[in-house]
Design a protein around this ligand. Structure first.
Ligand SMILES: Cc1cc2nc3c(=O)[nH]c(=O)nc-3n(C[C@H](O)[C@H](O)[C@H](O)COP(=O)(O)OP(=O)(O)OC[C@H]3O[C@@H](n4cnc5c(N)ncnc54)[C@H](O)[C@@H]3O)c2cc1C
Length: 496
């Protein structure tokens, strides 16, 4: 069994930045959002440089399930309730347009990426008002969707919303085949960003830009925009099984099953939760649900992986100016696990904003929009952040390393301090600082992925404290005397 997604391993390699440079437009983050934005700007004749902390598409884009579909179920119910029918229908239109643009690019560049047209189903085990509301919005926007009950419903569910002519693809083969008319630096993490002066400090050189685009999934600049209050990250777990299936399916609930075929079999995702909040057992639950739904067995599981995405309160992504009073800095984030069509839509919005062109969707996706009816969600998010910070500074524990079973991690008293400590199966201990360097929330152990995850903003670290996922830009230091393999360089300042 491989502990990685089925997509990775086909990417081109690019050099690391090795000097100070001056550039026009700099995109920070090489996932689908940053890459397509750079691509669209380069197509329009702009000179663009993209920097990526690790390898291109090594973040969520390399671990997605890659359905390109307008059939996003509950999203429409949410938009209808908050903003009314016309905004919900406009969102539908944006997704249909994003989808069409993918199809056009596949055709224009003859990209071999297992592009496949298929039916999409959102199903529910209860008679769901959210799905019915989604159906009304989609029909009003011109979608030929069908309401299914009885024997026609997949997985023995109560009802389903079907939409034909949706797409599946291999996202990394698609992205890797697009012409790269811009400069790319990999292994180049932005460790400090001066948003006012548009200076980006990396571990191996400084970049002076005219325009900055922050496409790091969760925005890494804390000094403007207040994104750390407006967003949260949600983790999902994914399996690949060798059994072939047809069609794409999504269960209408927060941790619902997502199913799609791919060249080597079928991908099944689910068990979503706010990053940093899990008691473990997610892969086991997912396997049990997948076995029940598809009739597969443990021997057919070939891959397992986990990934996270950024969630907004109103389910619409954010693409536009980073902050009202900050000229020349842009952001793209908050795809709510619908980042394929949305990345295409947002890339066009950013290109149009930067080039001073009109864009039909710019207001709907504006990071400065008034997010209606979100007080409850805002307060709950703020409370989680405060709790994480307070327990980081004032939390107590009387537990010691002796309380950690093999193969597990805990925040315990170790060598005179509270530390995040992992005990491997042979009994060896690995200790790191227990506070996330991003905003000093206390980390929590994820037994499924064997990572330290931040419950506030979703940064994730391995057992040595290396960053697996931002917004942290600094690794989690280990101060324990006997901790080995934890001596990487540490040039960031933890927050930008
Ligand atoms: C399990 C799962 C399944 C999904 N399935 C679907 C689906 O079927 N359909 C759909 O439409 N959407 C889906 N999504 C959502 C979609 O995959 C994501 O929204 C999308 O991939 C996010 O792209 P991104 O470019 O914003 O982020 P990422 O791909 O994470 O890219 C951000 C990049 O920024 C880099 N970075 C971070 N910090 C720095 C820094 N300081 N300096 C330089 N670089 C930095 C990271 O290394 C990373 O490569 C799914 C999401 C998940 C988690």
């Amino acid at each position: 069994m491989e502990f990685d997604s089925v997509w990775r391993g086909k990417e081109r390699e690019y050099p690391r930045l090795e000097s100070d440079i001056v550039r026009d437009i700099v995109v920070i983050g090489g996932g689908i959002a940053g890459f397509l934005t750079a691509f669209r700007l380069a197509e329009a004749g702009e000179s663009v440089t993209l920097i990526e902390a690790d390898r291109l598409f090594s973040g969520t884009t390399g671990r997605t399930t890659a359905k390109i579909t307008c059939n996003q179920g509950g999203v429409y119910a949410e938009l209808f309730a908050r903003y009314g029918m016309s905004a919900a229908a406009l969102y539908y239109k944006s997704q249909a347009e994003g989808m069409r643009r993918f199809a056009n690019l596949v055709q224009r560049y003859s990209i071999a990426c297992d592009w496949k047209e298929t039916d999409s189903y959102i199903f529910s085990h209860t008679l769901s008002h959210r799905l019915e509301s989604a159906r009304r919005v989609m029909e009003r926007a011109g979608a030929a969707c069908e309401w299914k009950t009885g024997a026609d419903v997949p997985f023995g569910a109560a009802c389903a919303l079907k939409l034909g002519k949706q797409y599946l693809f291999d996202p990394l083969r698609f992205l890797s085949a697009l012409p790269v008319g811009f400069e790319v630096y990999e292994h180049t993490r932005a460790v400090k960003i001066d948003a006012e002066h548009k200076t980006v400090q990396t571990e191996s050189g400084t970049i002076q830009a005219k325009i900055l685009i922050v496409a790091t999934r969760f925005p890494v600049v804390n000094s403007h925009g207040g994104y750390f209050l407006k967003l949260r990250q949600s983790s999902s777990y994914v399996l690949a099984v060798s059994r072939k299936t047809e069609g794409m399916y999504l269960e209408e609930r927060e941790d619902g099953l997502s199913v799609r075929p791919y060249a080597g079999g079928t991908i099944v995702g689910g068990e979503d939760h706010r990053t940093g909040r899990t008691a473990g057992g997610r892969f086991k639950n997912l396997e049990e649900r997948a076995f029940r739904a598809l009739g597969v067995t443990a021997e057919e599981v070939t891959n397992r992986w986990c990934a996270e995405d950024v969630m907004t309160f109103d389910k619409i992504p954010m693409a536009g100016r980073y902050a009202k009073n900050l000229g020349g800095v842009y952001v793209v984030t908050g795809f709510n696990k619908w980042g394929m069509a949305n990345a295409m839509v947002c890339a066009d919005i950013l290109r149009d904003c930067i080039l001073g062109r009109e864009n039909l969707y710019a207001a709907l996706f504006s990071p400065q929009r008034q997010i209606g009816g979100s007080l409850g969600a805002f307060l709950s998010n703020a409370a989680t952040n405060v709790k994480g910070i307070v327990s980081g500074y004032f939390g107590m524990t009387f537990k010691t390393a002796a309380d950690i079973p093999p193969g597990s991690g805990k925040v315990v008293r170790y060598q005179g301090k509270r530390r995040a400590v992992y005990r491997d199966e042979s009994g060896k201990l690995y200790a790191i600082g227990r506070m996330c360097p991003h905003m000093h929330c206390e980390l929590s152990w994820n037994g499924d992925t064997k990572t330290w995850d931040c419950p506030c903003h979703g940064s994730r670290f391995d057992i040595y404290g290396n960053i697996l996922s931002g917004p942290a830009v600094k690794r989690c230091k280990c101060e324990a005397a006997d901790a080995d393999k934890n001596d990487g360089e540490d040039k960031g300042n933890g927050t930008v």
